[in-house]
Write a protein that binds this ligand. Structure first.
Ligand code: HEC
Ligand code: HEC
Ligand code: HEC
Ligand code: HEC
Ligand code: HEC
Ligand code: HEC
Ligand code: HEC
Ligand code: HEC
Ligand code: HEC
Length: 424
């Protein structure tokens, strides 16, 4: 992929000189047409292999097109618009099978004329299902009924500047996808009129957006990770949430084995988003183990009490780890060898981290397995360090005693010597 732009650029440089002459010729030709519409400003250097002479009169489209994946793969202006790209008069260039500007409702079929063609796409190992999947999406369904405000292929890919999803300049490059969808889904007036919420703005406030857009974490979901690339339709409340489990496998595993899954399904509650929301998902706040249960269970219920118990155990373990950690720092300063303790505290932290996914089991035995282990590792480390510090204190005491003894003995000896010297 990275080699391609270089090839394209040098190819267009080769044509630059010939094109200067052609550009001027074209301008003259266009203006010489009686009754012809004024041509878009012709530019010198306006010929490229893929745009042919169309590019002479349509420099803006040519420039975009020359940088696209299509231009590199032999697609031409005429592939989509028809006409004759060897001619320099509008009559001839826009003659024959010229189709003009493609109407929005016809764009998916135009793209599909190649992208659903198994024989043509096989060489690129590209899937050929985009058009079929698009038809099942809310976008495709609405378009069929004449609603042209929905997304068509060119809204997400561009018409002339099409690039593959791996190219950072592409609208479909992962970090660019939210803005691509947001062009419409962030248009609050358009969406409010249709009774659809502003998913884009909500998404931007999420931990997922912060990970993807601020920290460049490509494992975080874009819109299409949850909605499907061309499906763009939440098929059923019960299904969109399963996508969370693609990435959060441990949470999904504990949840699927819990008493909650059946109960929530019966109550018609979507499995992850009832507690986390769908777009504005926030970073973990462990105290919600206690506070979130009351959203659905009575504040004095057994379930709320269970939540409070899980939080208490979690907090106690976290406090133990912190205590052990600060003890290690003190021991470090003495210094006492602490590498082994640091490794064990890391292990305790891992147990504690595992307690949050495990909390999706709403089973005190499973969660306790992690919080209690974390806590006991913490307190073991503490007592061992105290032991060593204690030893150290004893050793210091003995040492002081020893020196005291030595000094006293020395003093006595000196005195004896002094006395004997005086006696002589
Ligand atoms: C001699 C100059 C010239 C050449 C060569 C030329 N065009 Fe045009 N084209 C024009 C002008 C002038 C317009 C009308 C101005 C406008 O509406 O933007 C136009 C309009 C268009 C439109 C929009 C039509 C619509 O329905 O709004 C498309 C699409 C188009 N040209 C494609 C092409 C293609 C493809 C080629 C090459 C096969 C080509 N043109 C060659 C001058 C030219
Ligand atoms: C892959 C298909 C495809 C190719 C190849 C293509 N176009 Fe287009 N073109 C479109 C579509 C689709 C639209 C309508 C875009 C829209 O409505 O947003 C369009 C619109 C246009 C317009 C009208 C623009 C306007 O703002 O009204 C012009 C002019 C044009 N194309 C010229 C060209 C030229 C010149 C080339 C070659 C350099 C070219 N196109 C190559 C699909 C294509
Ligand atoms: C004339 C046939 C043709 C038409 C019409 C066409 N394409 Fe393509 N398209 C191709 C070919 C060939 C490739 C090159 C595939 C590659 O390099 O992987 C391509 C590549 C692409 C890619 C990049 C795929 C990748 O992963 O590299 C996208 C996206 C794309 N086309 C979208 C569109 C859209 C949107 C339209 C309609 C506006 C369209 N195409 C119309 C033939 C066509
Ligand atoms: C709502 C936005 C949207 C619409 C509408 C859309 N696409 Fe895409 N398309 C995407 C995104 C996003 C990707 C990149 C997915 C990824 O990262 O794998 C993509 C990928 C592709 C690819 C590359 C596939 C690959 O595996 O490399 C092709 C080809 C393509 N789309 C063609 C089309 C065609 C044809 C249409 C119309 C029938 C269309 N798309 C409509 C958003 C859209
Ligand atoms: C060109 C504008 C546009 C773009 C770009 C766009 N959409 Fe849409 N989308 C719409 C419109 C309009 C609707 C129909 C809303 C309605 O009336 O219910 C819609 C509907 C949807 C729905 C169904 C909502 C419902 O009614 O249940 C989903 C999901 C969706 N879009 C996701 C996406 C995603 C994901 C992307 C980007 C990959 C995207 N859209 C890009 C305009 C757009
Ligand atoms: C982490 C998963 C996830 C991500 C990321 C995500 N969505 Fe959603 N989206 C959902 C869920 C879950 C629903 C609710 C589905 C339902 O009610 O059927 C939803 C619903 C929607 C709806 C319908 C809203 C309504 O009021 O009917 C639209 C439109 C939508 N999302 C667009 C987007 C757009 C645009 C993005 C990117 C900016 C995006 N989503 C990112 C999971 C996600
Ligand atoms: C494409 C993968 C992916 C999907 C799908 C996904 N997430 Fe995430 N999620 C991430 C990544 C990556 C992070 C960043 C933090 C991390 O690495 O755990 C994250 C973070 C989170 C966090 C904060 C975790 C923390 O430690 O602070 C929560 C809560 C969350 N996601 C819930 C959800 C829910 C609910 C869904 C479904 C509606 C969902 N996620 C869908 C990848 C995903
Ligand atoms: C009954 C409410 C509830 C349901 C249902 C739920 N969660 Fe959670 N989830 C929580 C609570 C409470 C926490 C811990 C506090 C926090 O993160 O805010 C949490 C924490 C998380 C975290 C961050 C902590 C971590 O690393 O585990 C992720 C990621 C997460 N949940 C994903 C999911 C996924 C995926 C689903 C669906 C399979 C789901 N949750 C279903 C309540 C729920
Ligand atoms: C989004 C709503 C929701 C939230 C939030 C929620 N639950 Fe539940 N929970 C339910 C539903 C619905 C049931 C099934 C009730 C039934 O079948 O009567 C259930 C059942 C349970 C059960 C098993 C069956 C029972 O009746 O004892 C336990 C245990 C439980 N919840 C604990 C919790 C804990 C702990 C929290 C907080 C961490 C919590 N729940 C948060 C909706 C929720």
């Amino acid at each position: 992929m990275s080699a391609r732009p270089i090839v394209r650029r040098s190819a267009s440089r080769l044509h630059r000189h010939a094109a200067v002459a052609l550009g001027l010729l074209a301008a003259a030709a266009a203006w010489a047409q009686p009754g012809a519409r004024p041509a878009p400003t012709p530019q010198p250097g306006a010929l490229s292999p893929s745009a042919g002479r169309c590019g002479v009169c349509h420099p803006a489209e040519r420039v975009k097109f020359d940088a696209s994946q299509h231009a590199h793969e032999g697609v031409r202006c005429t592939s989509c618009h028809g006409g004759d790209d060897r001619s320099l008069t509008i009559e001839l260039a826009h003659g024959g099978n010229f189709r003009g500007r493609t109407a929005r409702k016809d764009i998916p079929a135009l793209c599909a004329s190649c992208h659903s063609d198994e024989k043509m796409m096989r060489a690129y190992n590209l899937p050929v299902d985009q058009y079929a999947v698009y038809q099942t999406s809310v976008h495709g369904q609405r378009l069929k009924r004449g609603d042209t405000a929905v997304a068509v292929c060119s809204d997400c890919h561009g018409a002339h500047d099409i690039l593959g999803p791996g190219d950072p300049a592409s609208r479909t490059f992962a970090p660019n996808i939210p803005a691509t969808c947001g062009a419409c889904h962030g248009d609050t007036t358009l969406m409010r009129r249709r009774g659809v919420k502003d998913a884009y703005r909500e998404y931007l406030s999420s931990i997922h957006a912060r990970e993807l857009l601020d920290r460049g974490n490509l494992r975080a979901p874009t819109c299409v990770s949850c909605h499907g690339v061309h499906g763009a339709a939440p098929p059923a409340v019960g299904d969109v949430d399963k996508v969370c489990g693609q990435c959060h496998t441990a949470e999904r595993r504990y949840f699927a084995a819990s008493a909650h899954i059946e109960g929530m399904r019966r109550a018609g509650l979507p499995e992850c988003s009832s507690c986390h929301g769908d777009h504005a998902i926030q970073a973990a706040q462990p105290e919600r183990l206690a506070t979130s249960c009351a959203q659905c269970h009575a504040a004095d219920s057994d379930q709320a009490a269970l939540g409070a118990k899980l939080w208490t155990e979690y907090r106690a373990a976290a406090a133990e780890i912190e205590k052990a950690d600060s003890l290690i720092t003190r021991a470090d300063a003495i210094p006492i060898q602490t590498d082994d303790y640091r490794a064990r505290i890391e292990q305790a932290r891992t147990y504690l981290r595992e307690a949050l996914p495990a909390a999706h089991s709403v089973d005190p035995v499973i969660v306790g397995g992690f919080t209690l282990r974390a806590r006991s590792v913490g307190s073991e480390v503490e007592s061992e360090i105290y032991g060593k510090l204690g030893n150290l204190r004893t050793r210091k005491f003995v040492l002081i005693l020893f020196w005291f003894y030595v000094l006293v003995t020395l003093a006595i000896l000196r005195r004896l010597r002094y006395r004997t010297a005086k006696a002589h």
